[in-house]
Ligand binder design. Structure first.
Ligand code: HEC
Ligand code: HEC
Ligand code: HEC
Ligand code: HEC
Ligand code: HEC
Ligand code: HEC
Ligand code: HEC
Ligand code: HEC
Length: 246
């Protein structure tokens, strides 16, 4: 036996030893890996057991109705699709022991801004604000009830929302024209402005009503509707809220 070993070249012996050590290591490691990681069946079972063992931390909104009137209030308002625990955090323990465990009650602006800060990727019509100019330094809940948020009042003046256009028009030759001379504005536009939009004049003849040579409108400069800037819409050259041309 000894002679046999001596006959084998050293290098081969070393490779052989390394190979045996490697196989032994593989067997050892495999035996250390729990069965649930090697067998799909066992793996599934163990995962289900582990997840089931987690304590349930959310209670859902329905149970809150038993003790809190906010549930009824919220149901009809703009926040109807938000779960109570979206804002108040996990509350299962609170429902079981309301005296000792209180849910989160975050009154800070950040809590609302999270969803309402202007972000172009939000859907059209989603109510968004710019927190640095929308009543800064004050808590949102001073003016909006978190369980039934509404804008305090619906602004009636176009100027409340279109200040820059109103200021521009006020110093232009169109100053005396009402906004509604040129735009038909549904009442709903003032409540959900992005969803319900006013009309915008669609063709040259609209301006022609007051400015065409044939127009009976008194006191306006007149142009030849056919020849003047013919191919283009009037507002490609005249900003309608400041139509002067230098
Ligand atoms: C079994 C009755 C009960 C249920 C169910 C219940 N609450 Fe309450 N909750 C209470 C009581 C009692 C108080 C303490 C009122 C107080 O301190 O004036 C309270 C207080 C609160 C407060 C105020 C905490 C504070 O710091 O002022 C919040 C927020 C609240 N509950 C949210 C919830 C939410 C969300 C749910 C549903 C997931 C819920 N509650 C379910 C009984 C209940
Ligand atoms: C948009 C976030 C939001 C949602 C959704 C919400 N809350 Fe609140 N909740 C608040 C804020 C903010 C306050 C603190 C109001 C305050 O201090 O004036 C509050 C206060 C409370 C209070 C304490 C009473 C009070 O007025 O201070 C209770 C109770 C409560 N909420 C229950 C609920 C229940 C029940 C639901 C679900 C039906 C719910 N809330 C949904 C934000 C929310
Ligand atoms: C988890 C996201 C979320 C949070 C947090 C949240 N909101 Fe809202 N908010 C909404 C959704 C969704 C609507 C309904 C939008 C719609 O109807 O298109 C809404 C609607 C509103 C409206 C109605 C705007 C309108 O068009 O008249 C106001 C005001 C408002 N929220 C204020 C608040 C205030 C104040 C807070 C903090 C207490 C708050 N929101 C927190 C998601 C949120
Ligand atoms: C001083 C009172 C006041 C405070 C504080 C206030 N708001 Fe408002 N908010 C209003 C009024 C009034 C309107 C309606 C007029 C307007 O759009 O400016 C409004 C409108 C909104 C709208 C609807 C905008 C739209 O385009 O439909 C949202 C959303 C809103 N506020 C969220 C908030 C949030 C979030 C905070 C806190 C960061 C906040 N507000 C703080 C008074 C307030
Ligand atoms: C509550 C705020 C608010 C009030 C009040 C309001 N608007 Fe708007 N208006 C908006 C918003 C927001 C848009 C959409 C702007 C955008 O998408 O860039 C808009 C868009 C428009 C547009 C463009 C429509 C389009 O398809 O591009 C016109 C025109 C307009 N408003 C006219 C008016 C007139 C005229 C009044 C007054 C009778 C008025 N608005 C009152 C907020 C308001
Ligand atoms: C003389 C007619 C006329 C009057 C008066 C007028 N507009 Fe316009 N407005 C237009 C026309 C035309 C367009 C389309 C411009 C374009 O597409 O380039 C327009 C576009 C708009 C737009 C959308 C494009 C933009 O510039 O942001 C808004 C918002 C708007 N008008 C608001 C108002 C408001 C608010 C008033 C009153 C202060 C007003 N308009 C008065 C003719 C008028
Ligand atoms: C309801 C009638 C009316 C309508 C519609 C109207 N305008 Fe005017 N426009 C006037 C009046 C009034 C003046 C001012 C006349 C004056 O005092 O000199 C004026 C002045 C002008 C001026 C001359 C500015 C200057 O002083 O150099 C231009 C350009 C103009 N409008 C373009 C338009 C365009 C473009 C439209 C269509 C978007 C339009 N107007 C729609 C009534 C109207
Ligand atoms: C291609 C650009 C262009 C287009 C399109 C255009 N205009 Fe003009 N408009 C001008 C220029 C430049 C002037 C000033 C020079 C002049 O009087 O010809 C002017 C002047 C005017 C004047 C003042 C005339 C005066 O005597 O003071 C009125 C009113 C006017 N345009 C209305 C309109 C109306 C209405 C339309 C649409 C039917 C329209 N414009 C289309 C470029 C244009």
């Amino acid at each position: 036996m000894k002679r046999l070993l001596q006959k084998i070249p050293d290098s081969l012996l070393r490779v052989g030893t390394a190979f045996i050590v490697f196989i032994a290591a593989v067997i050892l490691v495999r035996s250390l890996i729990p069965a649930s990681l090697k067998n799909t069946e066992e793996h599934r079972k163990a995962t289900v057991e582990r997840e089931v063992a987690h304590p349930v931390r959310y209670a859902g909104s329905e149970v809150c109705a038993d003790c809190h009137e906010q549930f009824e209030l919220k149901k009809k308002g703009y926040h109807k699709n938000l779960a109570c625990e979206t804002c108040h955090g996990v509350a299962k323990e609170h429902t079981e022991n309301p005296g000792d465990v209180k849910p989160v009650k975050n009154t800070k602006r950040e809590a609302c801004v999270l969803c309402h800060i202007y972000n172009p990727s939000r859907p059209t019509g989603f109510p968004q604000i710019n927190p640095s100019i929308h009543n800064p330094m004050r808590l949102c809940i001073e003016c909006h009830n978190p369980h039934d948020p509404k804008p305090q009042h619906t602004p009636q003046e176009c100027q409340a929302c279109h200040a820059q256009i109103a200021r521009t028009k006020a110093v232009s030759s169109h100053a005396r024209l009402e906004c509604t001379t040129c735009h038909t504005v549904p009442e709903q536009h003032k409540i959900t402005p992005r969803q319900v939009r006013p009309t915008i004049p669609s063709d040259r003849s609209f301006c022609g009503k007051c400015h065409a040579k044939e127009s009976k409108f008194v006191g306006t400069p007149k142009i030849d509707l056919v020849m003047h800037g013919e191919k283009y819409l009037c507002w490609q050259c005249h900003y309608p809220h400041m139509p002067e041309v230098e």
